[in-house]
Design a protein around this ligand. Sequence first.
Ligand code: NIG
Ligand code: FE
Length: 454
Amino acid sequence: MAKRNADVVIVHAAELVTCGGPPEGIRGAALQRLETIPDGALAIRDGRILAVGSTAEVSRRFAAPVTIDASGRLVSPGLVDPHSHLLYGGTRHEEHEAKVTQRAPARRMDGGIRYTVRKTAEASDAELVARAYADLDTMLLHGTTTLEAKTGYGLERAAELRLLRLTAGLRHAIDVVPTFLALHVLPEEYAGRRADYLAAAVGALEEASGLATYCDVSCDPICFTFDECLQVGAAARATGMKIRVHADQFGDARGALAAARLHATAADHLDYASDEGFRALAAAGTVATFLPGVTLHMCEMTPRFADGGLTDAEKPFMPLVVRRAIDAGVAVALSTDYNPGSCPTPSMQMVMALAARLFRLGYAEIWNMCTLNAARALDLAEDRGSLEAGKRADVAVWNVPSHGMAINRFGVNLVDTVIADGAVVVEGGRLKRGRARRRAGAPARKAGAAMARM
Ligand code: NIG
Ligand code: FE
């Protein structure tokens, strides 16, 4: 039998994890299952996965000019990070030190956000974009191949649209999905004039919809109410944007219910979400995204950490919250929430390590939550998030032999090789020169475009 041509084949993986599952996301007990192929292999052509199987099978069927020998290594899907605030100015390390040492009264989160808004306004476009590219390079080196990037440090209509334009203009090996964060926190100038601010937010949606895939709203006791989020979310939907929600981070503001009502693709944070909220998310098919980097960075592991009087309620114990979501049948994903205030790590590997330790999740659960379910949190699970024939060829090769060791060993970058959209962009733990950044203005590959050629 003549061999079919491929562009790249990976052979002899000590273990290949497919992370396959239904495009609606993996739920309940199924999260504990992970398909692993010993001596695994895969073939890639035109940016798509042609076949996945044992080395014997794949080598028999395919020939390629580039062969990657993954002996002794784990091969996995590229990681998907479905929540970040990529563009911002300044840093909040001083605020963080004051918080952890409890030397100074902690600033409420909305005060921290307003500080970053000022620093972002002071930064030039070139500075913001240069920092974003540096962060994208770091994320790619750590195995992330798809990233949701939202605005949020503009607050004023013109400033938010500036951040959205810059975000939408990024061209990188990481596929960046832009989100317009229409409601983050109320700017101080609008104190007592909430209706005016909501009207301004709605006024920006038409223009935002030309640049963003998603519109996000924050439904939280210190952000916006259930009704306000429904109002702006519904208006955003009418422009064609899909919806995501920052929900119930500092208290139950019925954010999960708002997300379900808006048929949001994902609801994120959810520390204080009710069981009714989780049941509503399950019924609506909305993904619940949890953010262990925030739990760590905000020192929320233990109850009653003094928190500047943010809330009187005892901090929920996050392992129980995440388990309640799983038991309610919600598709659960994990993400960084990369931002200068609540989570400055850009690494999904760190998120995986923290999810085991802070959320007490099993390793298979974590892999499913950072791959297929994270892709589902961006409505992209039909296109990526698992190593299955026909899907986008986003692959990570790790310096450890198993999926378990990739989570067990932490604090160092374990990714050796990254393939994004079929191209080898990281090799030997280093960016391949000229490969990570696409030419500015080059159109991103349309999802599924190459599938037709299969
Ligand atoms: O996703 N509503 C929440 N907003 C951010 C906080 C960002 C910050 O502190 O700057 C979040 O965690
Ligand atoms: Fe966020």
